[in-house]
Design a binder for this molecule. Structure first.
Ligand SMILES: C[S@@+](CC[C@H](N)C(=O)[O-])C[C@H]1O[C@@H](n2cnc3c(N)ncnc32)[C@H](O)[C@@H]1O
Length: 125
């Protein structure tokens, strides 16, 4: 398995707590309930901002603590989920739950998915 891209570090995250491995595990357990972090590549980012979502991705996302145990400085890293042949598009699962995105009017926002996978859910969110 190879490290592909560093998407972002969490230096500007607002309310993360410093953490031991136990805290990181607890953080992961709570992840499905209330998202603590939001990565906004609107004003800054790297080439990873061009990676599309797929329902059958060839990358997966992992938060990585490198030389420290501080969850605030976790790096969001994309790893190859398989051997990827040259010229194949790199994709990962954005991980949206359906009906989890709301517009400013409070209504559920929907975005169609065009990934083309056989088992595509047809909706990004
Ligand atoms: C991180 S950007 C990916 C790069 C983007 N396609 C571009 O050309 O700059 C995320 C946006 O790409 C589009 N996108 C990514 N994956 C998609 C998919 N499977 N189906 C439809 N739109 C997708 C959506 O507009 C989404 O908000």
């Amino acid at each position: 398995m190879f490290l592909i891209f560093l998407i972002h570090d969490q230096r500007r995250s607002r309310d993360a707590s410093s953490g031991t491995a136990d805290q990181v595990e607890k953080h992961d357990e709570q992840k499905s309930e209330v998202p603590e972090f939001c990565i906004d590549a609107g004003s800054a980012g790297n080439i990873a901002r061009f990676i599309n979502h797929s329902c059958e991705p060839n990358l997966f996302v992992q938060c990585v603590l490198s030389s420290h145990q501080d969850i605030k400085l976790a790096r969001v890293v994309l790893f190859a989920a398989d051997n990827i042949p040259p010229l194949q598009e790199l994709t990962y699962d954005y991980g949206y739950a359906l009906d989890s995105v709301f517009g400013p009017d409070g209504k559920v926002k929907r975005m169609p998915c065009y990934c083309g996978a056989a088992d595509c859910t047809k909706r990004l969110f």
